[in-house]
Design a protein around this ligand. Structure first.
Ligand SMILES: Cc1cc2nc3c(=O)[nH]c(=O)nc-3n(C[C@H](O)[C@H](O)[C@H](O)COP(=O)(O)OP(=O)(O)OC[C@H]3O[C@@H](n4cnc5c(N)ncnc54)[C@H](O)[C@@H]3O)c2cc1C
Length: 502
């Protein structure tokens, strides 16, 4: 296999780069080691599009966040991804907190944010009636917003595929081969891809990839745990509420999600393993205690899920690494993309595109990167039953065209079979239960897949024409069914008194 550019990693950064580069006449391959895109940090985070007052204005984090933030309205409209610009409040209780808020405001203004405001007194409680009554001040940033980070990543990747990018799932980069200090191929578990340019967007594993070309940095995983409440609690807060940030993190926030759930978290602590996504009893306590400082009357019940994400923290550095390797031509690192990486993704992709142009000039001076004239900016609208609940007559018209839209498979999130079939056949196709869940929300609701799980499994098996035993929760080694009940009965010799139907 051959490509002009190989992108390693199908997180939000790899996907955004793939979409940006698909504007050019290039043969691009994105490889992702898991069975879907958005399987790393891009699925386990707060989903905030930050206003951009946190990071120092002299850093890439500060500059790229600010550049990206205004783009999200149009980008999400084009990609049919839900985005709500609900604004954020950093809440302070003491004079010391007030001084910190002033510092944040000044930094934000240096970054170029114009509409930051420190509010106090009754206005604070008009904006947030359930806020801790001891709160005195807040830095209000109307430009902050919320998004579903995995939906955004999938949409970027889908759009890249529509524009000619090949996404190879379950394809892991094992080595980078070089010749005369120039990249010549990527070795994967599925064979060799010949290429002269590689973009390393492997998230937590970017340090391992970069070793192959002799670049050196170390990534430590920093865990953040979350809890998600059922939809009836989404309106407990109107904005994204942050405490005063520390050097380590922006602190434990309370926010509604774009799908009207309530999200609290994350805490922050270093772990050994890059795949340790466990949630802990201590973490749950810490997150609750942190969130209660902002909203004391948090519900005790209706917690529907807890999850964790891992920050790709570069040892000894507090900024992204986005640069061409100084040792090997044709290799670009996009690493250490911690928060605000999601918020910065569009501008990171543009920066990488500019670096690539320089790299290409160096490798093949005669080659020019030309825009394709048929780049497709948008994804088509997909009908969602949940969006039609107050105009059910219109949904009837959709059912008349395709009866699969009349079969509801997930009652909690109101998802039809028609939507699921579309997800199985979209440009980056869903192959597992979790991939379906991330695309159409079947299994995201109160029962967390208890009712719809078996139906989703059956439809996946029928549509992909593979045995139900091979359907997985999230790719390799996560098969759901162990054996056919019939075979198990034969093997174990269990006898039932009454006739059983299998
Ligand atoms: C707790 C937490 C909260 C956060 N909150 C926010 C927020 O609210 N707003 C914000 O802007 N940012 C936030 N972030 C940061 C944001 O999530 C990240 O910046 C972003 O997701 C990084 O994306 P990525 O593509 O670099 O990494 P990833 O999403 O991890 O993608 C890397 C991909 O590379 C793949 N890969 C790895 N090795 C290989 C290989 N050898 N071959 C092939 N594929 C490989 C992985 O499987 C993975 O899919 C948060 C992060 C955390 C952890």
């Amino acid at each position: 296999m051959k490509a002009d550019v190989v992108i390693i990693g199908g997180g939000v950064i790899g996907a955004a780069i793939a979409r940006e580069l698909s504007r050019y006449s290039l043969n691009i391959i994105l490889i992702e080691k898991e069975d879907d895109v958005a399987m790393g940090t891009s699925k386990g985070n707060s989903g905030i599009i930050h206003a951009g007052y946190n990071a120092d204005f002299r850093t890439l984090k500060g500059q790229l966040n600010i550049k990206s933030n205004p783009r999200f309205d149009k980008l999400c409209q084009d990609l049919k991804v839900r985005f709500k610009r609900i604004g954020s409040l950093v809440v302070g209780f003491t004079q010391e907190d007030f001084d910190k808020l002033k510092e944040l405001k000044e930094n934000g203004e240096k970054n170029g944010i114009k509409n930051l405001e420190i509010i106090r007194g009754p206005k604070l409680f008009e904006l947030e009636p359930n806020l801790n009554f001891q709160a005195k001040y807040a830095l209000y940033a109307p430009s902050a917003g919320i998004i579903s980070p995995y939906k955004f990543t999938i949409a970027l990747a889908d759009n890249a595929v529509i524009n000619g990018v090949k996404v190879l799932l379950e394809t892991e980069a094992k080595d980078i081969r070089t010749e005369k200090k120039q990249v010549c191929s990527v070795v994967t578990n599925r064979g060799l891809i010949k290429t002269r340019t590689v973009i390393n967007a492997a998230g937590l594993y970017a340090d391992e990839i970069t070793k192959a070309v002799g670049d050196n940095f170390k990534i430590n995983p920093l865990k953040g745990e979350y809890q998600l409440f059922d939809k009836q609690w989404g309106n407990l807060v109107n904005h994204i509420l942050f405490p005063i940030p520390t050097k380590l993190s922006k602190g434990i926030l309370v926010t509604p999600t774009v799908h009207d759930n309530l999200l609290i978290g994350p805490n922050s602590y270093q772990v050994e393993e890059k795949d340790d996504l466990s949630t802990t009893k201590a973490g749950i306590k810490e997150v609750h205690a942190g969130a209660r400082k902002l909203i004391p009357h948090l519900p005790h019940q209706d917690l529907i899920n807890s999850f964790a994400g891992l920050r790709a923290d570069i040892e000894g550095r507090d900024d992204f690494i986005i640069e061409a390797s100084k040792k090997i031509r044709g290799f670009i690192n996009v690493a250490g993309i911690e928060s605000p990486g999601l918020s910065s993704a569009p501008a990171i992709a543009e920066m990488v595109s500019d670096i690539l142009k320089e790299v290409v000039k160096e490798i093949s001076p005669q080659l020019e990167l030309n825009y394709r004239d048929n780049f497709i900016e948008t994804l088509p609208e997909q009908p969602r039953f949940a969006d039609y609940l107050d105009k059910i007559g219109n949904w009837q018209e959709i059912i008349e065209k395709d009866a699969d839209y009349g079969e509801i498979i997930c009652r909690c999130e109101k998802v039809s079979k028609g939507e699921m079939l579309k997800a199985i056949h979209q440009p980056v196709p869903a192959r597992s239960l979790d991939a379906i869940k991330r695309r159409i929300r079947a299994g995201m609701g109160r029962c967390q897949g208890g009712f719809c799980g078996p139906k989703v499994l059956k439809i996946l098996s029928e549509e992909l024409k593979i045995s139900p035993l091979r359907i997985t929760k999230k790719g390799k080694r996560s098969e759901i069914l162990k054996t056919k009940a019939k075979d198990m009965i034969k093997e174990t010799g269990v006898k039932f008194k009454d006739e059983v139907r299998i």
